[in-house]
Design a protein around this ligand. Structure first.
Ligand code: RP5
Length: 171
């Protein structure tokens, strides 16, 4: 059976995919359905307007928008929907994507975009944040997040134990 699509992932270009596919992997881990589209605030503004303004009525709960450079996609999407919008600034050659980060995060008051960091950690966090937003109204997802946090604790404890072991070895 096909999963319900609850998250829309938008990218300014197909060239962004390689850098942001961690978004989809994180959603897969929680079995959350999504759709992915390439559309651009600058190259296909009408398409972005249509997507953002109909997303809620189509049943989406969160939109994740990734773009690089003059990264206005998330902001434009946020201006046309009441859904929560997560912005993923795509890493560029300019100081690791500082251009994308500032273009995404510096929204005017009243139009929030929850902006994550650049790089693979940011993309992953966008997916997890989307799950956390959906989990506010979904007890199954909320439980999965508790288990996820427990696994994180165990993972870091194991790393610490391994590191302590390494320190105790004679150099
Ligand atoms: C942005 O311009 C896209 O999100 C991408 O990061 C960047 C370059 O796009 P391409 O020229 O590779 O299509 O809008």
């Amino acid at each position: 059976m096909e999963k319900n699509v609850r998250v829309g992932i938008l990218m300014g270009s197909d060239s962004d995919w390689e850098k942001i596919n961690g978004v989809a992997k994180a959603l897969d881990e929680f079995n959350v359905g999504y759709e992915i589209h390439v559309m651009s605030a600058h190259r296909t503004p009408d398409k972005v307007l249509e997507y953002a303004s109909t997303a809620k009525s189509r049943g989406l709960g969160v939109i994740i928008a990734a773009a690089g450079g003059a990264a206005h996609l998330a902001g434009v999407v946020a201006s046309h929907t009441t859904l929560p919008v997560i912005g993923v600034p795509v890493k560029t050659d300019m100081m690791g994507g500082l251009d994308s980060l500032l273009s995404t995060v510096q929204m005017p008051g009243d139009v929030p975009v929850a902006t994550v960091g650049t790089g693979s950690g940011g993309a992953r966090n966008a997916g997890i944040l989307a799950v956390q937003i959906l989990a506010t109204g979904d007890p199954t997802l909320a439980e999965a997040l508790v288990a996820f946090k427990e696994k994180l604790v165990a993972k870091i404890a194991a790393k610490d134990a391994a590191f302590q072991e390494k320190l105790s070895q004679p150099s």
